[in-house]
Write a protein that binds this ligand. Structure first.
Ligand code: PMP
Length: 407
């Protein structure tokens, strides 16, 4: 090839890489028609009422289930840790980034979850990337529920092992997949509470089948911790199956009022993950403020069980309210209540009308849910009052009728 041809070819290739960005106009179309419910700036804390565009809006799109993200004691703990340790750790847990409060939080989380050891990461997403890729080698298989969270799927992509999926919460299909994977090391990874649909994994059946085929179990309890179980320990506590689950993963970005995540299990497994999880080793450790917030949040969860009771009272009120009006909410059994609408544009329209009426909701479209299964996702906090919730139900009744979703 002559020099000019090489140069021309390289230019064509270099231009090509950005072509898709210039061509991508789907989101721009929704933005210009005022139907884009993403990246909306909030000007206040994640409370039951937030400020958006200078207006007060009732928030039913937050994962701050226990209402702790703006709790005075949690904020004081974050401020005190910042004053003592500064704003960042300037390095990974592996090297200079481990503080005494990281180690203390690991001990506290292990005790809280009821496992021998715990390991903390900087985000929940990184926990799933790090744990799955560290444990699943080239002769192993990860077995997933089809509706598992994106971070679990990406963890599998980073591992060298095989990936098999079973139909959502379908235990017959789970058994078929495990039977097919006989002879391999298998790790079953499931959400405890499914993040968009709000339903709970059928853990008793899953444990039985996993035992039969010798599969190890990891639960992503991002939406279970602080929500399920008598004392908020999550899905395993809810079913009384703490001992049968090998690994429990949690995030701080929901009930634990901060940002970060952890994995809890037997100490030898945690020790191994600590030395092989690349998102742990090659990324900076959680800030002092986040670590201290989580520690304070756990103290409140343990000393104020009435928060979990209030969360469930609000959940039952909303479930009854939506069902009574004729909305389809699927199989949810948690403070995540989806309104199933199917069509993406209808979901966007509903969310924007609700915003005009002073209610913040989330919209999930593909790939967060299956194509054609768009939903308006609502979620509740212990700190919502009846007055907030009645306003939300009222607004839904109006727009449900306006868009022909209910009669
Ligand atoms: N797992 C599930 C089920 C989640 O919903 C999320 C967050 N949406 C994550 C993992 C990732 O957690 P984080 O926000 O802490 O990165």
């Amino acid at each position: 090839m002559d020099g000019k041809l090489v140069q021309d070819t390289q230019m064509a290739v270099n231009k090509g890489i950005f072509d898709k960005c210039y061509r991508f106009d789907l989101a721009k179309g929704y933005i210009s028609s005022g139907l884009y419910p993403y990246f909306r700036p909030i000007e206040s804390a994640q409370d039951p009422v937030v400020v958006m565009y200078g207006r007060r809006v009732i928030m039913v799109g937050s994962n701050n289930y226990l209402g702790l993200a703006n709790h005075p004691k949690v904020k004081e703990a974050a401020i005190a840790a910042t004053m003592k340790y500064g704003t960042g750790c300037a390095g990974s847990r592996f090297l200079n980034g481990t503080l005494d409060i990281h180690v203390q939080l690991e001990e506290k989380l292990a005790r809280f979850i009821g496992k021998e050891a715990a390991l903390i990461f900087t985000t929940g997403f990184q926990v799933n990337l790090g744990v799955i890729s560290a444990l699943v080698g080239k002769d192993d298989v990860v077995v997933l529920d089809k509706l598992d969270h994106a971070s679990i799927i990406d963890g599998c992509r980073l591992s060298y092992g095989g990936l098999r999926k079973f139909r959502h919460n379908d235990m017959e299909d789970y058994e078929r997949v495990l039977a097919d994977s006989k002879g391999k090391g298998t790790l079953t990874v499931v959400d405890g509470v499914f993040s968009m649909e709000g339903d709970i994994v059928n853990l008793p059946a899953l444990v039985k089948i996993a035992k039969k085929y010798g599969s190890k179990i990891m639960i992503d309890d991002a939406h279970g911790i602080g929500v399920l179980g008598k004392t908020g320990r999550g899905t395993a506590e809810h079913f009384g199956l703490e001992k049968e689950v090998d690994l429990i993963m949690g995030t701080y970005s929901k009930s634990l009022a901060s940002i970060g995540g952890f994995i809890a299990g037997d100490k030898d497994i945690i020790h191994y993950i600590k030395h092989f999880a690349r998102p742990l080793i090659f990324s900076a450790s959680p800030t002092p403020a986040s670590v201290a917030s989580v520690s304070a949040a756990i103290d409140i969860i343990e000393s104020e069980p009435e928060r979990i009771a209030a969360l469930w009272r609000n959940t039952y009120k909303m479930l009854a309210g939506f069902k009574g009006m004729g909305f389809e909410v699927g199989l949810t059994e948690s403070p995540i209540i989806p309104i199933l609408v199917g069509d993406d544009i209808l979901a966007f329209k509903m969310a924007m009308r609700l915003q005009e009426m002073g209610v913040f909701v989330n919209v999930a479209v593909s790939p967060a849910v299956a194509p054609g299964k768009a939903l308006v996702r609502t979620s509740y906090m212990a700190t919502h009052t009846d007055e907030h919730l009645d306003i939300v139900l009222d607004a839904f009744q109006k727009i449900g009728k306006e868009f022909g979703v209910i009669q």
